[in-house]
Write a protein that binds this ligand. Structure first.
Ligand SMILES: Nc1ncnc2c1ncn2[C@@H]1O[C@H](COP(=O)(O)OP(=O)(O)OP(=O)(O)O)[C@@H](O)[C@H]1O
Length: 261
């Protein structure tokens, strides 16, 4: 039996309305998940609960074996890398920093102890940058990087803390066709190394790479379905999910979606 990394039972989140309703979801070690849902489905709310920024109204949330409410979540958060790409432009404290400093800051943010990196930390940051295909940006100020480079820099920053779970929240936001292909390639390589469990949050079916063998379909704050991606990304299932006639094609290991006339 594989270790359960995320174990959510009957989770309800209610503010002035229901944001999440009776959500059940289990993520085991070694799995990579895609989380697919339209705008307002509850994806960010679910990530907020996992990271302990929202308190469940009902239900149980266990992450990395610890139960929410019985463990200091600020400690647990150090083992979760949440990369939210809508913030790439709001990294005010990083704007003048060069690439290497941006990646290194992931270590300091997580332990907050010292100001000077050790030789090992320096070597690790360089290795991460090389792995992400952005070694050439070590000395480039963040402010002068392209959007795609900034996104990879933020992934690097999260990896610096060696997270057990990496939440990639709409990583292809704002990227052109080529930058998106490059970033997806980077994500695929990262996922294939299986050093961290990746939860890839998206609106777009074509971003769900083969390495995301499991998918959570979330709609109106509820789990519509969860399980093997190949079983869920079908014309029949997605037509029901989107409440519209959808044709799904599977070409070159990628899913393409077309709305029927
Ligand atoms: N703290 C809150 N109080 C009230 N309503 C909230 C709160 N947080 C989220 N919501 C609402 O809950 C719904 C789900 O929001 P959420 O941000 O999780 O959606 P999402 O799936 O991430 O959407 P998107 O893809 O557009 O980012 C939305 O209608 C949102 O307005």
């Amino acid at each position: 039996m594989k270790t359960m990394l995320i174990d959510i039972e009957n989770l309800t989140l209610k503010r002035d309305k229901y944001i999440l309703k009776d959500v059940n979801w289990q993520v085991r070690a070694g799995e990579h998940w895609a989380m697919l849902g339209m705008n307002g489905a509850g994806k960010t709310a679910l990530l907020n609960v996992i990271c302990g920024y929202e308190f469940p109204t009902k239900g149980t949330v266990r992450v990395l074996g610890e139960e929410f409410g019985r463990y200091p979540w600020q400690e647990l958060r150090k083992k979760i890398g949440w990369v939210s790409f809508s913030f790439t432009e709001k990294m005010h404290d990083q704007l003048q920093n060069i690439g290497l400093e941006v990646v290194l800051s992931g270590k300091f943010a997580s332990i907050g102890l010292h100001n000077y990196p050790t030789d090992e930390e320096m070597a690790r940051a360089k290795e991460i940058m090389r792995d992400l295909g952005v070694g050439y940006l070590e000395k480039q100020p963040y402010v002068h990087m392209s959007q795609g480079e900034k996104q990879r820099m933020l992934i690097g920053r999260a990896l610096m803390a060696d997270p057990e779970i990496l939440l990639l929240d709409e990583p292809c936001n704002g990227l052109d066709f080529f930058a998106k292909a490059q970033l997806l390639h980077t994500v695929e390589q990262l996922a294939e190394r299986r050093e961290t469990t990746i939860i890839y949050v998206t609106h777009q079916v074509d971003e769900i790479l083969p390495v995301f063998e499991q998918t959570l379909l979330i709609r109106d704050g509820e789990v519509f379905d969860a399980g093997k991606t190949a079983k869920l990304l079908t014309s029949e299932k997605l037509s029901e999910f989107c409440r519209a006639p959808i044709q799904v094609q599977h070409k070159n290991s990628r899913y393409l979606l077309e709305i029927e006339e």
